[in-house]
Design a protein around this ligand. Structure first.
Ligand code: ZN
Length: 93
C-alpha cells in the first residue's frame, strides 16, 4: 500500500497550521509549537519531514501557504539582540 499521493487538493490542516506551525508576523518568522523553536522558511519542509514525519502531501499545503507569508529565509537573517532579549529573534531591520 504505497500510496504516493501528489494530491493538489489536500487542505491545510488547522492542527498543523496554525496549530503546530505558527507565523509570527511581528518577527517574520515561522515557529514550531511542538519543538518550541523558530523554523526558517528554507528549513520548513525539512523540519516537517524529519521532526514531524509528515508526508509530502501533508507538508506541501503548509509550505506553499508559508511561501506567501512574509518570512525570513534563514536563521542567519536573524540578528541577535544586543540587549540579551529572549531567544525569539527580532527583525533585522
Ligand atoms: Zn517541529
Amino acid at each position: 500500500m504505497n500510496s504516493r499521493k501528489l494530491a493538489q487538493d489536500v487542505p491545510l490542516t488547522p492542527s498543523l497550521y496554525p496549530g503546530t506551525i505558527k507565523h509570527l508576523s511581528e518577527y517574520q518568522l515561522l515557529f514550531c509549537h511542538v519543538h518550541k523553536q523558530p523554523v526558517p522558511y528554507t528549513q520548513l519542509d525539512d523540519h516537517l519531514r524529519r521532526e514531524h514525519h509528515l508526508e509530502i502531501y501533508i507538508r506541501r499545503p503548509l509550505v506553499e501557504h508559508c511561501a506567501t507569508l512574509d518570512t525570513i529565509a534563514s536563521l542567519e537573517d536573524i540578528v541577535p539582540r544586543v540587549d540579551h532579549s529572549p531567544v525569539i529573534p527580532i527583525l533585522p531591520l
